[in-house]
Design a protein around this ligand. Structure first.
Ligand SMILES: [Fe+2]
Ligand SMILES: [Fe+2]
Length: 397
């Protein structure tokens, strides 16, 4: 959703907005949703090439971290080994998707599938749309590993590098890989969704990639991942809660288990940024402000199913309506990170650093205020939209 925040004196004239319902959304004026970044970017019309989803193009900045700061990350190697790698779980102690799914090698497989499908029947379509959107987001994991490996000073230089940063990135990816796997298999067995349309959406999404505007800069990159891990923790936690409300305890366990992984990852990424605040408070506060000015884009905001040019906005609107991931959550995450990194109490900053601190500390209340206003408008402008993931059945946004 893209409300314009000029009134708040954001840097960009067309500030993309996450978490802020779409008062001035030029693409879909009646749609109000929890997330996305559409502006401060020039949208290129859907080219409808066989492999080309709708795209947005903004000026892509590269290598914005001064080269000498790479040394900071090199000097953090040992620290990362002792403080970050400990947040990974040994494979043998990890859950696997199969722990939550009918066992195809067992006698009772068919019966277990039948039970799963009986439980799935009780869950409404809008819940499935949100779960599918979450699954598709997880399934675009190749994009996220690529994103981490764009970051200067921490990328996996060989594909099997032994630096702590590279070990973390590969193991993190391997842990994350179970999320999409599990949700995908569950949804396949549920019989409630159009798997081919979903698979098509995943292919489009991975093909389109993403530019979270982290500029090869690990300061920006780790602020982004801190935010995103918490966002996914919240959203999987909420799909768990709703599954329980709908009487499906197994599905609640599935989503809750994934949420717990996200929480562990959040702990690791926020710890890295905490350390950066310790080593280089000025550089880190400037990066934090920069990321928040640009807005945190959702990883799957370029999703496309071959039909709906506003698919991500529509999915986000349902997530907002169900309370799975809302504009309020965006402000809450920001507030959480401000507290986690003690931003208000930072001292010894440069003039620019103090300005960034002031901007960040005042941002959450301003986002909330805008959100309240937009919520009122969203209710007035509700509309019905078909989702190909559920065989084109229509849902109220
Ligand atoms: Fe995940
Ligand atoms: Fe994650």
């Amino acid at each position: 959703m893209a409300i314009e925040l000029n009134a708040l004196h954001f840097e960009s004239k067309k500030c993309p907005s996450f978490g802020l319902p779409a008062a001035a959304n030029r693409r879909s004026p009646k749609v109000f949703m929890a997330s996305t970044l559409r502006s401060s970017s020039r949208e290129v019309d859907n080219l409808k090439k066989p492999f080309s989803p709708p795209r947005e193009v903004h000026i892509q900045v590269t290598h914005s971290m001064p080269h000498k700061k790479i040394e900071i990350f090199k000097s953090m190697e040992d620290w990362a080994e002792k403080n970050i790698l400990v947040h990974l779980k040994p494979v043998e102690k990890c859950w696997q998707p199969q722990d939550f799914l009918p066992d195809p090698a067992s006698e009772g497989f068919e019966e277990q599938v039948k039970e799963l499908r009986n439980r799935a029947r009780e869950i409404p379509d809008d819940y499935y749309v949100v779960l599918v959107g979450d699954m598709i987001t997880e399934e675009a994991l190749p994009t996220y590993q690529t994103m981490l490996n764009t970051l200067d000073g921490v990328r996996d230089e060989t594909g099997a590098s032994l630096t702590s940063w590279a070990v973390w990135t590969r193991a993190w990816t391997a842990e994350e890989n179970r999320h999409g796997d599990l949700l995908n298999k569950y949804l396949y067995l549920s019989g409630r969704v159009d798997m081919k349309q979903i698979e098509r959406t995943i292919q489009y999404l991975i093909g389109s990639g993403m530019d979270p505007r982290t500029e090869n800069n690990p300061y920006l990159g780790f602020i982004y991942t801190s935010f995103q891990e918490r966002a996914t923790f919240i959203s999987h936690g909420n799909t768990a809660r709703l599954a329980k409300d709908h009487g499906d305890i197994t599905l609640a366990q599935i989503c809750g288990t994934i949420a717990a992984d996200e929480k562990r990852h959040e702990t690791a990424y926020t710890k890295i940024v905490e350390k950066l605040f310790e080593i280089d408070p000025d550089g880190t506060i400037l990066a934090f402000a920069d990321m928040m000015r640009k807005k945190i884009s959702m990883p799957a905001h370029l999703m496309y199913d071959g039909r709906d040019d506003y698919l991500f906005e529509h999915f986000s609107a349902i997530a907002q309506r169900l309370g799975v991931y809302t504009a309020k959550d965006y402000a809450d995450i920001l507030e959480f990170l401000v507290a986690r990194w003690n931003v208000e109490k930072l001292t010894g900053l440069s003039g620019e650093g103090q300005k960034a601190q002031h901007f960040i500390c005042g941002l959450a209340p301003r986002i909330r205020k805008l959100e309240e206003r937009a919520q009122g408008r969203a209710k007035e402008a509700a509309q019905k939209v078909p989702f190909s993931w559920i065989f084109d059945r229509e849902l109220m946004l």
